[in-house]
Ligand binder design. Structure first.
Ligand SMILES: Nc1nc2c(ncn2[C@@H]2O[C@H](COP(=O)(O)OP(=O)(O)O)[C@@H](O)[C@H]2O)c(=O)[nH]1
Ligand SMILES: [Mg+2]
Length: 206
């Protein structure tokens, strides 16, 4: 199974640990404990692409968003294949924090890293401070940001979709489908690692 490292970034209390907890354990805690330093979970995700099913292993890294932990970020983000950048729809300050997180990610990860912007806590409609329009206006500054996924870890809305979107993007950027045997293999290879055929010119990017 192909494994990928996914990191979460965003200010303290935006809901990073809650998103992971909903996705990996299907649970939600109103009084989630602060993350100390770095935490880690694994989950398998099945992606269907070109009528083929492929299982990807996501190694999901959680990070204590407090300033004092930021010096850990270079080692935390080392080798990351994807980054989820979160802001809290009930706290406008966290939207302004995005620029900082994007810079930290771009400074510490390769340019191939999949980035996805996530709005959290959409169940708290009465406390909302950031409209989708405002967030989109802000994010137009980033040419990688075409959409914002709006989630609630409390109700579970769009949590599965978030990680499925990440998985599909990881597949697109990192794997090819072999035309000979139909298996997916790393784009870094010049031959199919399953059927052994040298198929440099005979791969179909997905
Ligand atoms: N209502 C609601 N509360 C949330 C949601 N996500 C997180 N929270 C709450 O926000 C607080 C901070 O969440 P946490 O996951 O610890 O944030 P982190 O510091 O980014 O890891 C906790 O009290 C959570 O219960 C959500 O989708 N809806
Ligand atoms: Mg946390």
């Amino acid at each position: 199974m192909y494994k990928f490292k996914v990191i979460l970034a965003g200010d303290k209390n935006v809901g990073k640990s809650s998103l992971i907890s909903r996705y990996c354990d299907n649970s939600f805690d109103e009084h989630m404990k602060e993350t100390i330093g770095v935490a880690f979970k694994r989950k398998k995700v099945i992606v269907i692409e070109n009528d083929s099913e492929i299982a990807l292993g996501l190694n999901i890294w959680d990070f204590g968003g407090e300033e004092k932990y930021r010096k850990l970020f270079p080692s935390y983000s080392y080798g990351a294949n994807a980054a989820l950048i979160l802001f809290d729809t009930t706290n406008e300050k966290t939207l302004n924090g995005i620029a900082n997180w994007v810079k930290i990610i771009e400074d510490n990860c390769t340019s191939n890293v999949v980035k996805l912007l996530i709005a959290t806590k959409i169940d708290l409609k009465e406390k909302r401070e950031v409209s989708t329009k405002k967030a989109m206006e802000y994010c137009n500054n980033y040419n990688w940001c075409k959409e914002i996924i709006k989630t609630s870890s409390k109700t579970g809305e769009y949590v599965e979709e978030t990680f499925l979107t990440i998985a599909k993007n990881l597949l697109k950027r990192n794997l090819h489908k072999c035309k000979d045997c139909g298996t997916f293999f790393s784009i870094k290879l010049k031959f199919c690692s399953f059927c052994g055929e040298k198929i440099e010119m005979d791969v179909s990017p997905i």
